[in-house]
Design a protein around this ligand. Structure first.
Ligand code: ZN
Length: 468
């Protein structure tokens, strides 16, 4: 026992760990903390407030249609559903890639992947890149990022602006589903370790203004505990059980924020970098194609007050719009040269205030270099969606591109691609034009990181094939 305490990353924090376990257990009863009532007009006043904190929760590999608030029949997300029932929900959001590093670079910078130049296993954001954490830091917030996915490690440039950028040491193991990943058991610990680090940060800085980013990985790893519902044992079922587990952790962190008296002045954002496939197109997992099951993601914003009814933004938007929206909402400076735009006019219009802004509902792009893990070989795929029409453009193999009419075929089962189809050709032209954009978006040569064997193996432990 003593030996184990010494091995613990938080030897002085074991008591809190036990409290955390109790808190997770008590989450069987979902309790939504109470807050003052607010109106949509109060959202526009958030930029004037000088007492707000921001908690940014990234649930890796969360597809929108598994979330209760997005219509899923299983009760996978009671805590998140309760939170967003008084906040803002974006119903139709497309991620900019199906691979964590490319997608996270787009989320943080508000730029499309071609404009981040984060496309390959060894690409890194240079110091010239501006990230939201830097804006928070410059505005006087305490900033912390807590992560367990090696693709957002500081060597890839993702730690910029964080006072503390922490990869918690694995604490305890939970029952896992049999993983579909060949080495999927290799990431030590669970997202409980993220919560423990977050508690520690909040106890130290929760009374000051803070920006806290937590990057949850248990869903990516299909981790769940022994109280999971009896939903079956397929990968898809295990994923749902893991989502229910992750949702309980969200409930725990929200209740902790309430316990330290900060719930009435904290904005909580929950979103994801990409979805997850369950064989819809012959593949399980992600980072292999750009079909809708891996690019349709949820975005929830929990306000520091409760609305009488949620604001549901139905418009088609992109993950690159979310940080421009949040910075606008919070009255913070803009990120430079974003492709994304603030969606505040759409939020307000969805709440019945103002007429919106049609220019914000735009062509949407996703981008994946399918050979991102192989040196000297590229295979760019670009998804371009305009309303119901969507192309998966394969730059190296155009005749095997795919084209779908989502109105009649939302699951993308019937490939209509033909070079003779004017709509397909129009979207193909957009994909080609997109790939022709700038080569050095940050004004410097793309930063390439030399990955040692240890790091490569850590990334392979996520289930990816990397062959340098
Ligand atoms: Zn991911």
């Amino acid at each position: 026992m003593f030996r184990r305490l010494l091995d613990s990353p938080w030897p002085y924090f074991v008591g809190a760990g036990l409290l955390l376990l109790a808190a997770i257990a008590s989450q069987f009863e979902i309790r939504t903390p109470s807050r003052p009532e607010g109106t949509p007009a109060d959202i526009e006043m958030l930029a004037e407030r000088d007492d707000l904190n921001v908690v940014f929760v990234l649930i890796d590999a969360l597809r929108a249609d598994r979330v209760g608030a997005y219509g899923y029949e299983r009760d996978t997300t009671p805590a998140m559903d309760a939170l967003v029932s008084q906040g803002i929900l974006f119903k139709n959001v497309q991620a900019q890639s199906s691979w964590t590093k490319a997608s996270m670079a787009s989320i943080w910078t508000g730029r499309l992947p071609a404009n981040t130049a984060i496309l390959r296993y060894d690409d890194a954001l240079p110091e010239e890149a501006k990230l939201p954490a830097e804006l928070f830091q410059e505005a006087g917030y305490h900033t912390a990022g807590i992560w367990r996915n090696g693709w957002v490690a500081p060597n890839f440039g993702f730690g910029q602006g964080f006072d503390q950028y922490i990869k918690p040491k694995g604490g305890r193991e939970r029952l896992r589903a049999q993983s579909k990943h060949p080495s999927g058991r290799a990431i030590p610990g669970t997202d409980e370790d993220i919560l423990l680090s977050a508690f520690e940060f909040l106890d130290a800085f929760g009374k000051d203004r803070f920006f806290l980013y937590m990057h949850f990985m248990d869903l990516h790893q299909y981790v769940y505990d022994d109280s999971a519902p009896e939903w079956g044992n397929s990968y898809s079922d295990s994923y749902d059980k893991s989502l229910a587990w992750t949702d309980r952790l969200i409930g725990v962190i929200v209740n902790h924020i309430e316990e330290i008296g900060e719930f009435d002045n904290t904005v909580i954002v929950i979103m994801s970098d990409h979805g997850e496939a369950f064989g819809e197109h012959g593949i399980e997992g992600h980072a292999r194609n750009l079909h809708t099951e891996v690019t349709t993601v949820p975005v929830l914003i929990v306000l520091p007050f409760r609305l009488q009814q949620p604001i549901v933004v139905e418009d088609e938007v992109s993950n690159i719009d979310i940080w421009p929206t949040l910075l606008d909402m919070l009255g913070l400076p803009e990120l430079p040269n974003t492709d994304g735009k603030s969606l505040m006019p759409l939020v307000m219009a969805s709440a019945g205030i103002g007429g919106g802004d049609e220019s914000l509902v735009r062509i949407r792009y996703s981008h994946l270099d399918r050979r991102w893990g192989s040196p000297d070989v590229t295979d760019p795929w670009v998804a371009v969606q305009d309303g119901d029409k969507r192309i998966l453009w394969r730059a190296n193999d155009p005749e095997n591109s795919r084209f779908y009419d989502l109105r009649n075929d939302p699951g993308e089962q019937q490939n209509l691609y033909s070079e003779d189809d004017p709509e397909a050709e129009r979207l193909a032209g957009m994909a080609k034009a997109y790939l022709e954009v700038t080569e050095s978006p940050w004004g410097v040569e793309t930063l390439k990181i030399e990955l040692d064997a240890l790091r490569l193996n850590q990334l392979r432990a996520l289930g990816y094939v990397i062959k340098p």
